[in-house]
Design a protein around this ligand. Structure first.
Ligand code: GTP
Ligand code: MG
Length: 173
């Protein structure tokens, strides 16, 4: 996070990371399609010949929240072997296995099919919600700027085309 007091500008960088070929770049591409064209910047992807991310992909989104200018910089990085142990369940994954993950993981679990764009927006808004919660704890944005978490996520939701209603972390389960 960066905060420019003079310009009242908040910059947040969110990085999608995980095993190689797990759909990080596909998530960003799907998200690009769902952001209102006048609010999104250039989607830059840098692939090798076989579509593997070389350095990173990036997609900026700029909007206003309260009296702040907010820049969300979305990134993906190339998948690394060290992330494989977090890897998706196989094709034999069942509803029960996903329920088990939901119960055992501290983090929320979102189901998505990035190639079809399903669940991509829900995942993204969930990320934005948790990101705001986290930085608010440290930097007291609600107190200092009067910027409330729900209001913030709602502003991000409004940047999207046909976005579903937001489910906040504490409302899940
Ligand atoms: N079946 C299925 N295929 C997917 C899904 N998301 C991505 N893919 C496919 O999986 C392959 C890898 O997707 P990428 O988005 O390039 O994966 P990545 O995580 O960016 O990979 P690296 O940049 O190499 O780390 C592509 O052929 C995608 O079309 C999904 O939800 N379901
Ligand atoms: Mg990639």
């Amino acid at each position: 996070m960066q905060f420019n007091t003079g310009q009242r500008e908040l910059t947040l960088k969110i990085v999608y990371y995980g095993p190689g070929l797990s759909g990080k770049t596909t998530n960003l591409r799907a998200l690009y399609q769902r952001i209102q064209p006048h609010l999104r910047g250039h989607l830059m992807t840098l692939d090798t010949a076989d579509d593997r991310t070389l350095f990173f992909d990036t997609l900026p989104l700029v909007f206003r929240a309260g009296n702040l200018k907010v820049k969300l910089k979305l990134f993906t990085v190339p998948g690394q072997v060290m992330h494989n142990y977090k890897k998706d369940l196989g094709d034999d994954s069942t509803t029960e296995a996903i329920e088990k993950m939901r119960k055992e993981n501290k983090q929320p679990v979102f189901e998505a099919v990035a190639v079809r764009g399903e669940g991509v927006v829900e995942t993204f808004l969930g990320l934005v919600d948790l990101t705001f919660e986290q930085i608010d704890k440290h930097y007291l944005l609600s107190d200092k700027l009067g910027l409330d978490r729900r209001q913030f996520v709602e502003e991000v939701r409004r940047c999207l085309v046909d976005a579903p209603p937001v489910k906040h972390a504490e409302e899940k389960n």
